[in-house]
Design a protein around this ligand. Structure first.
Ligand SMILES: *Cc1c(COP(=O)(O)O)cnc(C)c1O
Length: 330
């Protein structure tokens, strides 16, 4: 059975960035019904799903001779922190358009961004102007170079999707190595591109076999309808760009976080749960995405009595904890 992506996709991915990651049983599920994929181990400073996106985005930027990247995001964006690192490494100039923060304190990702970017590389955009940030980014970035590229929030776009699809490939490698199959996969979602990469990757590789898989998406940000629109947009883009069809569909289901469902919101219970997860699983999870995703997936797994063999995908990075030190220690 073929377990790799189409050559047209593989040649767009730098596999030194989209490296293999391991899977193991969750210690709280000794029967082995729920495993975890350690995408957090892809990088010490860039969250896992982001690095997979950059694995195809970066080759595209270099090939097209991009000199400046206008990048867009909130003050606590993992994507901006990741892009700032990888663009710097490759001597591509970043210009960040950051939504003005409600919290003026420099902590967490806002602090890391401040470390990575000089003042001239940052534009703070007032909240009431945020709806026109894309146009602003285009006009401002174009002034710095004719060779520029604009990245929307989450590095959304087909150039990032190819790399995101490598998760499907690596997961099938894990299965082969362990001699097992995961019928249910838990993935978190912000803009949705990471989960969409997994879905389209599995469909592209598995063909008719894809219908046996269920992808359960935890909506950390965004709505189910938006996710589905994004999925169909990317499906159509793949077809137009590479003539790659994916007629066979995985089953899809959506979860909301059981605590602090509003994106970016945190309360004591979430902080307490984050500590519980560390003590029970030995995992340092970022509260913004991973703890919420974990709580949603664990509850779902417990509630589904038939419990097919399931895999929890951990995209977060422990760096995401650094904005929460005060909350964790009080
Ligand atoms: C950015 C991020 C996401 C969201 O990824 P999308 O591709 O925008 O859905 C999910 N989890 C973690 C840990 C992230 O850093």
């Amino acid at each position: 059975m073929i377990t790799t992506l189409h050559e047209l996709i593989r040649e767009r991915i730098d596999y030194r960035l989209a490296r293999p990651t391991r899977i193991h049983k969750l210690p709280t599920e000794p029967n082995g019904g729920l495993w975890i994929k350690r995408e957090d181990e892809l990088s010490s400073g860039i969250s896992g799903s982001k690095l997979r996106k950059y694995a195809s985005l970066l080759p595209f930027l270099k090939k097209s001779g991009t000199e400046v990247v206008g990048m867009i995001g909130g003050p606590n964006s993992n994507n901006l922190v990741g892009l700032a690192q990888i663009l710097r490494e490759h001597s591509i100039h970043p210009l960040a358009f950051i939504r003005e923060a409600a919290d003026p304190k420099r902590r967490g990702n806002a602090l890391l961004l401040d470390m990575l970017l000089t003042q001239s590389e940052v534009r703070f955009v007032p909240r009431d102007q945020w709806s026109s940030v894309l146009a602003l980014a285009h006009s401002e970035t174009a002034r710095t170079s004719t060779q520029y590229h604009i990245l929307p929030e989450g590095a959304w776009g087909l150039e990032s999707l190819f790399g995101a699809m490598s998760l499907a490939e690596d997961l099938l490698r894990n299965e082969k190595e362990e001699g097992t199959t995961f019928q249910r996969l838990y993935h978190d979602s912000g803009t949705g591109l990471g989960a969409i990469g997994l879905i389209l990757g599995l469909e592209a590789i598995l063909g008719p076999e894809a219908i046996k898989r269920e992808i359960v998406v935890t909506l950390i940000a965004g709505k189910e309808a938006e996710f589905k629109t994004g999925l169909e947009t990317m499906r159509a883009n793949l077809r137009e760009e590479l003539a790659i069809e994916s007629p066979d569909r995985v089953a899809l289901r959506f979860l909301k976080p059981p605590v602090c469902p509003k994106f970016g919101s945190v309360n004591k219970s979430l902080i307490d749960e984050t500590r519980n997860i560390a003590r029970s699983e030995g995992l340092l999870m970022d509260p913004t995405y991973s703890s919420k995703h974990y709580l949603a997936a664990k509850a779902d797994f417990a509630a589904n009595s038939e419990q097919p063999k399931s895999l929890f995908i951990l995209n977060g990075s422990a760096l995401g904890l650094c904005g929460f030190q005060d909350a964790l220690s009080s």
